[in-house]
Design a protein around this ligand. Structure first.
Ligand SMILES: [Zn+2]
Length: 985
C-alpha cells in the first residue's frame, strides 16, 4: 500500500477492477431481495457539470449502501435524446453559428472533424453522452458511479420505440388519449409546440382560459364588437362600464371565427396577433388608440344595460384582449379605477362633456354576489392591503385573488341576477359561460399564467390552438383518483412533498403529447406526429430491465410488437406460441419477462424538485394506468438545485465546471464527499472551489490516519483498557446513527457521524493513551465500510491495506450491535473529559501556573441522592415534596437531609430537563474516584503539573481549603496549588 494519497492512481485502479469483475452488473437471483433505483436520464446536449454530479451521486450512495446491506441492486443509465434541443444544437452547427462553434471548440475541445459529424443530431447527442471527455458517460465513470453499463440505452433506440408504441396504444385503448383543438405552448420560430424542457424562461407557467364577452358598439360604433376577457363571467350582472387604456394601441380587425362567421372586433394590437394563433383568422382593418373609443357606448343583451367606455390606465394591453368589463362591486381593480376617475377632474374634462361627467360621478358599484357575514369583500381587501390607487398593482393583485377565492367558494348569486338568483357562484360561473357562448355572445382566449415564456431559440413562446392535437387525458377524474391513492401509499422524500404532488394531481389538465418535429418515437397510429419528451419518458425505467437482454441478443425491433410486451409486462399469452409467431427464441422471451418481473417495481426514483409538477407526477399516472399495483413505483427522492460559485450553470453558454474537470482537480472521492456533505440532498447547494479544496485536505488526513493504523497492525499488542471499550462503544453509536441517516437519505448526517465525529473519537482515544491496534483496526474496518458508499475508491484501497478479502463495495455494511455498547465507559469518559475541561477553563481564566491540581469526587451519599432523583425523573414523576419524603425514608440519605434540602431544588430542576439518555449518567453507577484515578497520568500530562485524586469520603485526603464538600456527582471539586503560593477555585 502506498503512503502518499495518489487519488488519480487509486481511482483509476479501482474503477478498472470494478469494471473487469462486473461488480455492478447484477443478475436476477430469485429469492434474493432486490432494489431497483433510477435517476433522471440525462439529456446529453452538452457537458456534464458538477450540478449534475450531485444528482447522480445521491442514487449511487443509496445503491452502494443497499448493496452492502445485502440487496441485489440495479442502478442503470441511459440517454434521453427525444425532442428538439439536440436537434437545435445540431442546427446551430449546420447554420454555422460562430459563437456556438467557438464554445464547442474552445471550451469543450471538439475537433473540426467531430463537429462536422455532429451536424447529425443523433451523433451530437451520442457525442456528449458517450464520447466527450467532458460528457456524461465519462463523467459518471470518473465519479465511480456503480452503474450497470450493460443496460445502457437511449430513447431513440428502435427497440425502445417499440415499447413506447405499446404504451401509447394501450393508453388509447383505455381511452386516455384524446384528439382535438387544444391550446399548447408554441414557438412560432421553430413552428413546433414546446414543453418546459425547451424553454429558456417560463418553466412551469400554465395556460388560463378566459371567457371573452362580446359587447356591441352603439351609435357611431355600431357594428363593432368589444370582446372583454374575464375569469368570472358570472359577474356580468354587476357591470357598470368598459375600460380601455386610452394611450394603448388597438385595432379594428375582421375576425373569421372557426364556424366561418365574420365579425369586426376591437382588441389591443397584441391581442390581434395572439388570437391569430388561437383558431381565428384575423385581418386588421384599421389601427386605433384606446382614446378613440372613450366616451362611446356599448350594450350587452343579457343584462339590458348600456355601458360607457371609460379610460383605465391599469388596463394591460399585452394581457388577454386589452378590453376590460368593469364590475367595481366584485373586482378591486375596477373599484379603484372608478374611484380614481371620479376624483380626476382634469381627466374627466379631457374626455367628457358636463352631462357625461355627471353621469360618471353617479356610477355606483352594483353588488350581485352575497357572501354571508361580509358586506363588501372588495372594500375589505382594499383596506387590508392599504391600496390607494389603481397603480398599486401588487396590492390589487393580492386583493383580487382573495376576493375571487372567497366569492367563488362562499358566494351566492343575489336578487338581481335573474334566473341565477340563489345559485352558488361556483355553479353559476359555468352556466353563465355556457349561456353566453351558445348565444354567440361569448368566446374564449388563452393567456399564460405568468410571463415571459421564452423558447431556447430566443423567441417569445405563444399559445396556439392546435387542431387535431393529440393529448393525454390527465384531467380524467377516475385516473386522478387512482393516482392520488397511489401517492398516499408511496414513500416521498422529503415527506412534505406529498402536498406538492397532490396539488399537481388536482390542477393537472390534458397534456398535448405530440409535436411536429424532433427526435423520438412516432405516434403509432398517426405517424405525422412525434411523441414529445416528457411524454415518452414516463415508463422508461421498465425498459432498463429489458435492455441487457435486448443488447445481448440484438433483438430485431420489428419482432417486438404489442403481443411480446403484453407477455413481458402483463403476463398475457404463452411464450411458446409467441416465440413461434414472432420468430424470437422462447428463452429470450422468457428472460425478458423474468428480468422485468424480478426488478420491477421501481423502488426509488431520484430526481429534481422541479420535476414534481411534470415528470414525477406523469410517471405515477402512467404506471397507475398501465401496470398492476405490484409494479407501480414506490419511492421518490426529490433533490434541490445546484449553482456554481453563486451562478447558475449553463452548458450551452459554456458556464460549467465539468465533472471530469472536478475529478481531475480534486479526485472523485473528494468531489462525491463534498457534494454529499455540504447539505442534505433536497437542499439547494452552491459549489465553492475553496470548500472542495478543504474537503480534500480532510480526506488526505483521513488517508494518513488509516495508514498509521494499518502500520500499527503489523506490531500488535493485545492489552485492552477501559478506553478501548469506550471507543468500541462509540463506534456502535455512530453505526446506529449512520444507518438511520442513510435509511432516510440524509447523506450529510451520515458523514457527520461516519467521518467527522468518529475521527474526533479516535483522536480522544489516542489522547487518552489508547493505542491498541486491534481496537483501532476494528474501528477503521467499520469506518471504511460506512464510508464506502461515499468515497468508494479510497475505501477499497484501505480495505485492501487492511488485508480484507474482496471489494469493500460489496462487503457487509456494519450493523448496530447493542452488546458492544458500554454506557459505563462512555459515562466514565464523559466525566474525564468534562473534569479536564473544567480545570483547563479555570487555569485559563485565572492565568495561574499550577504546581499541583487536586480533584475530589463527590460523597457517595450525594451520588446516591442524585441516582434516586434521576430514577424518579426518568419515570417522569420527580417533585420536591415526593423526593424529600422518599429521602427521609432511605437510611443513607436521611442522615444528610440538611445538605440535601440545599441542593435538591436545583438538582430537581436540572434533572427534569434532561433526556432519558442524559439521566443515565446519574443512574448508571460508576466509581468516580476510580475513574479519575485511572486518568491521573492523563490529567498530569494535559495540565502539565502534578495531579492528585481523592474521594470526599476519604478522611486522609489532602484538602487544605475544604473543597471536597463542593464536589457533586459528575462534577468533581478542584483545588489548585500555585507555583509560588496557593490559589483557590
Ligand atoms: Zn423556438
Amino acid at each position: 500500500m502506498m503512503t502518499e494519497y495518489d487519488y488519480l492512481a487509486i481511482e483509476k485502479k479501482w474503477q478498472k477492477k470494478w469494471e473487469d469483475e462486473k461488480v455492478f452488473e447484477p443478475e436476477v437471483k430469485e429469492g434474493k431481495k432486490k432494489m431497483f433505483i433510477t435517476v433522471a436520464w440525462p439529456y446529453p446536449s452538452g457537458a456534464m457539470h458538477v450540478g449534475h454530479a450531485r444528482t447522480y451521486t445521491v442514487p449511487d450512495v443509496v445503491a452502494r449502501y443497499m448493496r452492502m446491506k445485502g440487496f441485489n441492486v440495479l442502478f442503470p443509465m441511459g440517454w434521453h435524446m427525444t425532442g428538439t434541443p439536440i436537434v437545435g444544437a445540431a442546427n446551430r452547427l449546420r447554420n454555422n453559428d460562430i459563437n456556438f462553434i467557438k464554445i464547442q471548440k474552445e471550451r469543450y475541445g471538439v475537433s473540426d472533424e467531430e463537429l462536422e459529424r455532429m451536424k447529425d443530431p443523433k451523433i451530437f447527442g451520442l457525442y456528449y453522452a458517450r464520447e466527450s471527455e467532458l460528457g456524461y458517460r465519462k463523467g459518471m465513470k470518473a465519479l465511480g458511479l456503480s452503474i450497470d453499463w450493460s443496460r445502457e440505452c437511449t430513447s431513440i433506440d428502435p427497440q425502445f420505440s417499440k415499447m413506447i408504441e405499446w404504451q401509447y396504444r394501450k393508453l388509447k385503448g383505455l381511452n386516455l388519449i384524446g384528439k382535438g383543438s387544444h391550446p399548447v405552448k408554441f414557438c412560432p420560430n421553430d413552428n413546433n409546440p414546446v414543453t418546459d424542457h425547451d424553454l429558456l424562461e417560463g418553466e412551469g407557467v400554465g395556460i388560463n382560459e378566459f371567457t371573452l364577452i362580446k359587447y356591441d358598439g352603439e351609435g357611431e360604433i355600431s357594428g363593432l364588437k368589444f370582446p372583454a376577457a374575464t375569469l368570472r363571467p358570472e359577474t356580468i350582472y354587476g357591470l357598470t362600464n368598459i375600460w380601455l387604456h386610452p394611450d394603448a394601441d388597438y385595432v379594428v380587425a375582421e375576425v373569421k371565427l372557426p364556424n366561418g362567421k365574420i365579425e369586426n372586433w376591437v382588441v389591443s394590437k397584441s391581442a390581434a396577433s395572439k388570437l391569430s394563433f388561437q383558431d381565428k383568422e384575423i385581418k386588421i382593418i384599421s389601427e386605433k388608440k384606446g382614446r378613440d373609443f372613450i366616451g362611446k357606448r356599448v350594450t350587452l343583451n343579457t343584462i339590458g344595460r348600456t355601458l360607457l367606455i371609460l379610460p383605465g390606465i391599469f388596463v394591460d394591453p399585452e394581457h388577454t384582449s386589452g378590453v376590460v368589463g368593469s364590475v367595481p362591486a366584485h373586482a378591486p381593480f375596477d373599484f379603484m379605477a372608478l374611484q380614481d376617475l371620479k376624483k380626476n377632474e382634469e381627466l374627466l374634462k379631457k374626455y367628457f362633456d358636463e352631462k357625461t361627467i355627471d353621469e360618471i360621478k353617479k356610477i355606483e358599484p352594483i353588488k350581485m354576489i352575497e357572501v354571508q357575514g361580509v358586506k363588501s369583500p372588495v372594500e375589505d381587501a382594499i383596506a387590508k392591503y392599504s391600496i390607494k390607487s389603481q397603480n398599486d398593482k401588487e396590492g390589487l393583485e393580492q386583493a383580487t385573488n382573495e376576493v375571487y377565492k372567497l366569492e367563488f367558494s362562499k358566494g351566492v348569486m343575489a336578487e338581481n341576477t335573474g334566473k341565477y338568483k340563489g345559485k352558488k357562484v361556483s355553479e353559476a360561473k359555468e352556466e353563465v359561460k355556457k349561456e353566453l357562448i351558445t348565444q354567440g355572445l361569448g368566446d374564449k382566449i388563452y393567456e399564460f399564467t405568468a410571463k415571459p415564456v421564452i423558447c431556447r431559440c430566443g423567441s417569445n413562446v405563444v399559445i396556439k390552438v392546435v387542431k387535431d392535437q393529440w393529448f393525454i387525458k390527465y384531467s380524467d377524474a377516475n385516473w386522478k383518483d387512482v393516482v392520488r391513492e397511489q401517492f398516499k401509499k408511496m414513500r416521498l422524500i422529503p415527506q412534505e412533498t406529498i402536498q406538492y404532488y397532490l396539488n399537481t394531481v388536482d390542477w393537472l389538465d390534458d397534456w398535448p403529447c405530440t409535436r411536429y418535429v424532433g427526435l423520438g418515437t412516432r405516434l403509432p397510429w398517426d405517424k405525422e406526429w412525434v411523441i414529445e419528451s416528457l411524454s415518452d419518458s414516463t415508463i422508461y425505467m421498465a425498459y432498463y430491465t429489458l435492455a441487457r437482454t435486448v443488447n445481448k441478443y440484438k433483438i430485431d425491433p420489428e419482432k417486438l410488437d404489442d403481443e411480446v410486451f403484453d407477455y413481458i409486462f402483463l403476463e398475457k399469452g404463452n411464450s411458446e406460441e409467441i416465440s413461434k409467431k414472432k420468430g424470437i427464441r422462447k428463452e429470450i422471451i422468457e428472460e425478458l419477462h423474468r428480468e422485468f418481473a424480478y426488478w420491477y417495481r421501481l423502488d426509488y426514483r431520484v430526481s429534481a424538485n422541479e420535476l414534481i409538477p411534470n415528470h414525477l407526477t406523469f410517471m405515477t399516472f402512467h404506471h397507475a394506468a398501465l401496470f398492476p399495483e405490484k409494479y407501480r413505483p414506490y419511492g421518490i427522492v426529490s433533490l434541490g438545485l445546484g449553482i456554481l460559485e453563486g451562478k447558475r450553470m449553463s452548458s450551452s453558454r459554456g458556464i460549467v465546471f465539468a465533472v471530469s474537470e472536478a475529478t481531475k482537480k480534486y479526485g472523485a472521492d473528494v468531489t462525491r464527499f463534498y457534494l454529499m456533505y455540504m447539505c442534505e440532498p433536497w437542499v439547494d447547494f452552491n459549489w465553492k472551489g475553496i470548500e472542495a479544496e478543504s474537503t480534500k485536505k480532510q480526506i488526505e488526513r483521513f488517508w494518513y490516519l488509516a495508514n498509521s493504523i494499518i502500520e500499527m497492525n503489523k506490531n500488535k499488542n493485545a492489552k485492552k483498557e477501559m478506553i478501548d471499550n469506550w471507543l468500541l462503544s462509540r463506534l456502535q453509536y455512530h453505526i446506529k446513527e449512520v444507518s438511520d441517516a442513510l435509511d432516510n437519505f440524509q447523506t450529510r448526517r451520515a458523514l457527520q457521524h461516519a467521518f467527522f465525529l468518529l475521527q474526533q473519537d479516535i483522536r480522544w482515544y489516542q489522547r487518552r493513551g489508547g493505542a491498541n491496534a486491534q481496537t483501532l483496526v476494528e474501528v477503521l474496518d467499520n469506518m471504511v465500510r460506512m464510508l464506502a458508499p461515499f468515497m468508494p475508491h479510497i475505501c477499497e484501497e484501505i480495505w485492501q491495506g487492511l488485508g480484507r478479502e474482496g471489494f469493500v463495495s460489496v462487503a457487509e455494511f456494519p450493523s448496530f450491535d447493542s452488546s458492544k455498547m458500554d454506557r459505563k465507559s462512555e459515562i466514565a469518559e464523559e466525566l474525564v473529559e468534562s473534569t479536564l475541561k473544567d480545570a483547563t477553563e479555570i487555569l485559563k481564566v485565572t492565568k495561574i501556573k499550577p504546581k499541583k491540581v487536586v480533584f475530589y469526587s463527590a460523597h457517595r451519599w450525594k451520588c446516591l441522592a442524585y441516582r434516586r432523583a434521576a430514577e424518579f425523573a426518568k419515570k417522569g414523576m420527580l417533585t420536591m415534596s415526593e423526593y424529600m419524603k422518599y429521602a427521609k425514608g432511605e437510611n443513607e440519605l436521611s442522615k444528610n437531609m440538611k445538605e440535601i434540602s440545599k441542593f435538591a431544588p436545583k438538582m430537581i430542576e436540572t434533572l427534569n430537563r434532561m433526556s432519558k439518555e442524559e439521566l443515565d449518567r446519574f443512574i448508571i453507577e460508576i466509581d468516580e474516584e476510580e475513574v479519575l484515578k485511572n486518568a491521573k497520568e492523563f490529567f498530569a500530562t494535559e495540565l502539565k503539573c502534578e495531579v492528585e485524586i481523592y474521594s470526599a469520603d476519604d478522611g486522609n485526603r489532602y484538602d487544605p481549603e475544604g473543597k471536597a464538600f463542593k464536589a457533586m456527582p459528575m462534577r468533581p471539586a478542584i483545588y489548585i496549588q500555585e507555583e509560588k503560593h496557593e490559589e483557590k477555585r
